[in-house]
Write a protein that binds this ligand. Structure first.
Ligand code: PLP
Length: 399
């Protein structure tokens, strides 16, 4: 008998980053100077004091034990101190926060806590893959909300049919947004919370980019909206702010019943982040403001260089106020996947096609601001040449 796979596995769309590393490796072996603007993985090192703290923590054998869901009390406290300093929101370290092995797994595990098979989970498209992954793997029914420029890339629950809202148990919202770099006005967040309260919908507020903001913009926590505590769980990540993507450390915050439900799911599938990482995470969070400031300055320089270079090749993109991406429109009729494939194979630049974030992402590609202004400028010049090859023509669908 051969092994067959589940319908849930079959329902997962292809993972957008899956084939890029293979093509990139081949090009590098051929001696191509590849510029990688694909994954949201900054080229900057993690902060030195955080690395030092991890090295020290490795010498403490008690930190090599299972962390379980409780994790390191000092990390929980650092999360709560940060939430209070940064957003004025108070949580109990013992019950109001939960360490995560990166925020991705927490986001993906959440549907298991609230959705029965057939219940609806709403998520944005284009959007982060963990939302669709968690929805499908948990057996819930996805309801995709297309984010469009004319609605400022906001997921407007008011536009979801009432019959769907009644069956909805969970909605994912992410601002500052990946991949569009959109930000959420407070009055928008108030509207979202009101709809979630009306229909008893859990709001997963993904705030992975809350500290990567520019031009004086300060991203809020969902808990700054009155009544949000009733319905929201908020997800935070050390990945982007501290260049710690591979470390796998994040956390969730919310009222004890909601955090407890996620913790219960996770206690059956993982044993929490490595305690030594949590120890180092304390150093990062306690000094968050000072440590993130230089990253923010660097990213805004990169943003400016890339936006200017795009203008020079005839693409106007507004300067985003947050996140680490440019969401770049393609000329009409140019499909994104063949274009980005050509940009990589013929011009040595990795970007992500909009279609990789779902069909509603078509018509765009994403640039991650992960390299220096000079490299970004060079990459955009090459992308301009790649665009010249498709302007007025269409990239063959098989390219
Ligand atoms: C919107 C969004 N949320 C969450 C994450 C996950 O971050 P991590 O699992 O590294 O904490 C990412 C990573 O790219 C992201 O773009």
């Amino acid at each position: 008998m051969s092994i067959t796979f589940s319908d849930r596995l079959g329902a997962l769309p292809g993972y957008p980053l899956a084939e890029i590393p293979t093509i990139k490796r081949r090009l590098l072996q051929e001696g191509v100077d590849v510029i990688d603007l694909g994954a949201g993985d900054n080229d900057t090192p993690p902060p030195a004091p955080v690395v030092e703290a991890l090295k020290e923590a490795l010498d403490d054998p008690s930190l090599s034990k299972y962390g379980f869901q409780q994790g390191l009390p000092a990390f929980r406290k650092a999360c709560c101190d940060y939430l209070e300093r940064r957003f004025g929101q108070r949580f109990d370290p013992a019950t109001g926060v939960l360490p995560l092995i990166g925020s991705k797994e927490g986001l993906a595990h959440l549907p298991y806590a609230v959705a029965n098979p057939g219940d609806v989970v709403i998520f944005p498209e284009p959007g982060y893959q963990a939302y669709i992954g968690g929805t499908i793997l948990s057996g819930a029914t996805p309801h995709v909300y297309p984010l469009v420029a004319s609605e400022n890339f906001l997921l407007e629950l008011d536009r979801v049919p009432e019959a769907v809202l009644r069956r909805t148990r969970l909605v994912y919202i992410n601002y500052p947004n990946n991949p569009t770099a959109a930000i959420a006005p407070m009055e928008y967040l108030e509207r979202v919370v009101a709809v979630c309260r009306k229909y008893g919908i859990l709001l997963a507020y993904d705030n992975a980019y809350c500290d990567l903001t520019y031009d004086g913009y300060v991203a809020p926590s969902i808990f700054e909206v009155s009544g949000a505590q009733e319905v929201a769980v908020e997800f935070f990540s050390l990945s982007k702010s501290f260049s710690m993507t591979g470390w796998r450390l994040g956390w969730a915050a919310g009222r004890p019943e909601l955090i407890g439900a996620l913790s219960r799911v996770k206690s059956y599938v993982d044993t929490g982040p490595f305690l030594a990482l949590q120890k180092a995470g304390v150093v990062a969070l306690d000094a968050a403001e000072a440590l993130v400031a230089p990253i923010r300055a660097l990213l805004s320089e990169r943003r400016d260089a890339a936006v200017t270079a795009l203008g020079q090749v005839g693409i106007e993109v507004a300067r985003p106020k947050a996140a680490m991406y440019l969401w770049v429109p393609l000329p009409d009729g140019v499909p994104s996947a063949p274009f980005t494939r050509r940009a990589l194979e013929e011009f040595g630049v990795v970007t992500l096609p909009g279609s990789a974030f779902g069909p509603a992402g078509e018509g765009y590609f994403r640039i991650a601001l992960t390299v220096s202004p000079a490299r970004l400028t060079e990459a955009v010049e090459r992308l301009g040449r790649a665009l010249d090859t498709v302007r007025g023509t269409r990239v063959a669908a098989t390219a």
